[in-house]
Design a protein around this ligand. Structure first.
Ligand SMILES: O=C(O)c1cc(C(=O)O)c2c(n1)C(=O)C(=O)c1cc(C(=O)O)[nH]c1-2
Length: 255
């Protein structure tokens, strides 16, 4: 099975294989920046740049899920999708928002030495991070619900990279602790739960060849959105190291 668009209608199993082929070819685990990050080849400032920029992705995920939630037609669908907002913003309860992903990401960012207010302000992120992340929210707003749901299916591939990242970063950086990376632990169960629903939805609703092509294209675009964020980080902070005006400058680094 290849990731090429097809003319005939695929069976649900063939469609799933085509979606998985998109990840095998394009998911961000294949990006050189992630290989450097996980293998310990980056310095603290470069890891900070990653955490800072990735915060913007984290902070916009609930916005994109709220957009998608508003477009779902039934209470059953909305109830299922709503858990994603709680995963990131926090579950209602005594320790909200501490039990949410955004707060956990802020702990990761401060754990690698960044200032919480600076991270939350997002003033130091790369322009390309903003463009790429905002493109995800726009995709979910402007395309069909089927395509919006399909774009979340990069999460089919995330548990593998998260496991690699956590073990690699713990082994290779003395400034990273298990506590710093606590963001990722719940993702290992949340992502498969989200995928079970989203994949079943796409397999059921992508019935025509055109709808199937749309779903595959949306997942491809989402992979590109993730890839583009790492391209920008690599260009600014690794090679050639051109930091755009106004973006985060690691300590000790000259412009
Ligand atoms: O660490 C990663 O590599 C990674 C990847 C992805 C992804 O594939 O989009 C998500 C996450 N993490 C993540 O933590 C997360 O909450 C998340 C939500 C979504 C989404 O598209 O709704 N993707 C991801």
């Amino acid at each position: 099975m290849t990731a090429e668009p097809q003319d005939r209608v695929l069976s649900p199993e063939e469609l799933e294989a085509a979606l998985r082929a998109v990840g095998a070819e394009r998911y961000h685990n294949l990006h050189p920046f992630h290989k450097l990050l996980h293998s310990g080849a980056l310095n603290r400032g470069q890891v900070q740049a990653w955490a800072l920029n990735r915060y913007y992705y984290q902070s916009r995920i609930p916005a994109k899920d709220a957009v998608l939630l508003s477009r779902l037609p039934t209470p059953d669908l909305r109830r299922l999708w709503r858990s994603r907002l709680e995963d990131h913003d926090g579950f209602p309860g005594a320790d909200t928002p501490a039990n949410g992903g955004i707060e956990r990401w802020l702990r990761l960012a401060t754990g690698v030495g960044l200032d919480r207010d600076y991270v939350q302000s997002t003033v130091g992120i790369l322009p390309a991070t903003r463009f790429a992340v905002d493109a995800y929210v726009s995709l979910v707003r402007d395309r069909s619900v089927l395509e919006a749901v399909a774009s979340s299916l990069t999460e089919m591939f995330s548990p593998t990279i998260i496991a690699e990242r956590v073990s690699g970063m713990l082994a290779n950086y003395d400034f990273i602790t298990q506590e710093t990376l606590a963001y990722f632990t719940p993702r290992l169960t949340q992502a498969p739960r989200d995928v079970d629903f989203a994949l079943a939805y796409v397999k059921e609703h992508a019935r025509t060849a055109e709808q199937q092509r749309g779903a595959i294209a949306a997942l491809t675009e989402k992979c590109n959105i993730l890839w583009a964020q790492l391209d920008a980080l690599h260009f600014a902070y690794v090679e050639p190291g051109y930091i755009p005006p106004g973006a985060f400058i690691p300590e000790g680094r000259r412009q």
